[in-house]
Ligand binder design. Structure first.
Ligand code: FA5
Length: 373
């Protein structure tokens, strides 16, 4: 053997010795040879799942160190072609045996660790199918949604369609089309949140009046429930975000009696046949004439109690005959068609029905509170 090849073989021997030293920590994961048979009891490994996974990673690092592309053994293999043809195959074989001596052991440990990990994993993920099941807690609709649906049902049964409108509005739909020109003082009580692009969050569902008239054309009957926003400071009866339901009817020959009859029938269906209504003159820029509607207290039947603050009456909302300018904004001829509109606040109505001291409770989303409805 040439001194050159002898030197290479010595290098291969020292690489293998270094490997054996590094491999010592894994020796306990090798099969045991008992009576000539390969035996392994992985339960003796005594590792947690995470520890076993870490061992597997360390083993893979060792394999890379020993036979990886940049390993010293690979560097030696590149020399095979350089040794003399007579010595080439002997040297090549020597390196191959050196390599196999390590990779066989690595493969054995890897397979044993894999089965240990599989065992640990299935232990951890095992499901005891005999355990009693956990019953899911069923929720229910929010009280405001429940009330909104009751209101919708009543109006749908009176021939109304349910209409939807955007919560982010242009100045036209929120104010101008509702007969509230720029700089008109009626804008300030309904001050809202504006974006820099000239849009605003709608301050009332009355915005849907114009959308509905443009979309459906008269004759029409719609209600439009939805979320509205105002710059109101929160207190027991105010929220900056709350729900309203708008009603709009536009037909030929509609007059105030139809409005009064509709709202009276509505409260009778919602609170009971004996419920009475009263109408007070009021002002809204988009209705003329305008009225506030009240209904007799459902708790004391009008005698006066804590709920109605002793008056016997509870406020229902605003209403009136649609102003001709609003009809004109939707390109409807006020000489041909007339209509009425009303707007009710759902949150306050909900607060009264459930005798809540504070409507803010409705939005705190405390399930202990919400579960009661
Ligand atoms: C209006 O918003 C009119 N659009 C109603 C209307 C429609 C009149 C159609 C004529 C024709 P008002 O600002 O009064 O009206 O509000 C109506 C209802 O919303 C009130 O009765 C009240 O129940 C509720 N509301 C008003 N502000 C708040 C608030 N900050 N928090 C909770 N509810 C509120």
């Amino acid at each position: 053997m040439s001194s050159e090849v002898a030197g290479y073989r010595a290098q291969a021997d020292s690489i293998r010795e270094a490997f054996e030293r590094k491999f010592e920590r894994f020796a306990r994961f090798l099969n045991k040879r008992i009576n000539g048979e390969n035996v392994v009891d992985v339960t003796e490994f005594n590792l947690s799942l995470e520890e076993a996974q870490a061992e597997l990673r360390a083993l893979s690092d060792l394999e890379t160190w020993y036979v990886g592309r940049k390993s010293q053994l690979s560097a030696l293999k590149k020399l095979i072609g350089k040794v003399s043809p007579e010595e080439r195959s002997g040297f090549g074989q020597y390196l191959l045996l050196t390599q196999i001596a390590g990779t066989d052991k690595i493969a054995e440990v890897e397979s044993n660790l894999q089965s240990y990990i599989w065992k640990k994993r299935s232990e951890r993920e095992r499901v005891d199918v005999t355990l009693p099941g956990r019953r899911p807690r069923r929720g229910h609709l929010h009280p405001i949604t429940q009330l909104r649906q009751r209101i919708e049902d009543i109006f749908v049964s009176m021939g109304y369609a349910v209409e939807d409108g955007p919560e982010v509005e242009t100045d036209f739909y929120n104010f101008t089309a509702l007969n509230i020109p720029e700089l008109h003082p009626a804008r300030s009580p309904q001050d809202t949140f504006y974006t820099t692009g000239g849009l605003s969050l709608r301050s009332q569902t009355s915005t849907v009046q114009v959308h509905a008239m443009q979309r459906r054309r008269p004759p029409l009957r719609v209600i439009a429930p939805g979320r509205v926003f105002r710059r109101d400071t929160p207190d027991a009866t105010h929220n900056p975000m709350f729900f309203q339901v708008e009603g709009l009817l536009v037909e030929r020959g509609v007059q105030m009696g139809h409005l009064k009859g509709t709202l009276s029938e509505f409260v009778r269906r919602l609170f009971g046949a004996g419920t009475r209504t009263r109408f007070r003159p009021s002002y809204f820029p988009f209705t003329e004439p305008s009225m506030e509607a009240d209904y007799s207290c459902f708790k004391c039947n009008g005698a006066g109690c804590r709920l109605c603050k002793g008056s016997g009456w509870i406020e229902l909302g605003g209403s009136g005959m649609v102003h001709p300018n609003v009809l004109r904004a939707a390109r409807i001829n006020p000489d041909e068609f007339s209509g009425f509109a009303f707007g009710l606040g759902i949150d306050r109505m909900c607060g009264l029905m459930y005798e809540l001291d504070d409507i803010r409770l409705l939005f705190e989303n405390d399930v202990r509170f919400l579960e009661q409805f």
